[in-house]
Design a protein around this ligand. Structure first.
Ligand code: TYD
Length: 200
């Protein structure tokens, strides 16, 4: 049975590193795994990503473009892969819109719910791994990056609101999430991921 798994966390939580490791470990156990990301995952989505990560714009535009890229991603990539029996792992999905545009930017939560209902009324991840880390830790990790995008350049308060946005999503639907304490050393997190793979 195919599964749709998403990875979430504030910038600097280490989610992308863990995702690569998780996908390899899963492949070794047999499933055909497709790794993709948001915003992006399709040619049009990657063009929208370029704009979203670099161009200033209003909050509503930002949310609409995130969901526009997502609709394309779902129709062109995610659903066809799931129907073909593949496991799909996405580096971010709609939880990121609630956390960043809702929590971070303060966009109305109900409007985001309406967009979610419109864009994917019949699709939710089977499982979401939320890499949770105190904002100071995430900021320190980001400090090593040479170039920071429009979101990564935001202040600590923005990331506190993003993190609170993720926590709100988890509270609203706890059974979908596995919350991982990403401040722990890498090997401890890996052991946790191994357990999750076994449980799948
Ligand atoms: P990210 O996933 O962190 O990629 P990288 O590891 O290459 O930096 O970058 C995507 C950025 O887009 C991230 O800062 C969060 C933001 N984002 C939103 O604000 N809303 C969304 O719906 C999504 C999918 C991402």
């Amino acid at each position: 049975m195919s599964k749709f798994i998403t990875f979430e966390g504030v910038d600097g939580a280490g989610k992308s590193t863990h995702l690569a490791w998780f996908a390899d470990a899963l492949r070794q156990r047999g499933p055909d795994v497709l790794v993709t990301r948001e915003p992006g995952g399709t040619p049009l989505g990657e063009q929208l990503r370029e704009i979203l990560l670099n161009q200033p714009m209003s909050i509503g535009t930002e949310a609409l473009l995130m969901f526009a890229a997502r609709l394309e991603h779902i129709e062109q990539v995610i659903k066809p892969a799931l129907h073909a029996g593949k496991w799909v792992i996405s580096d971010r999905f709609s939880d990121a819109s609630f956390a960043y545009q809702g929590g971070g930017r303060g966009m109305d939560w109900d409007k985001l719910s309406q967009l979610e209902q419109w864009v994917h009324p019949d699709l939710q991840p089977d499982l979401t791994l939320f890499f949770d880390v105190p904002v100071e830790v995430a900021r320190q990790r980001l400090a090593n990056n040479a170039s920071l995008d429009r979101f990564e350049q935001e202040q600590a308060e923005f990331f506190e609101r993003v993190r609170a946005g993720y926590h709100k999503r988890v509270r609203q639907n706890p059974q979908r999430y596995r919350v991982i304490d990403a401040a722990q050393p890498m090997d401890v997190v890996k052991r946790k991921l191994e357990e999750i793979i076994l449980s799948l």
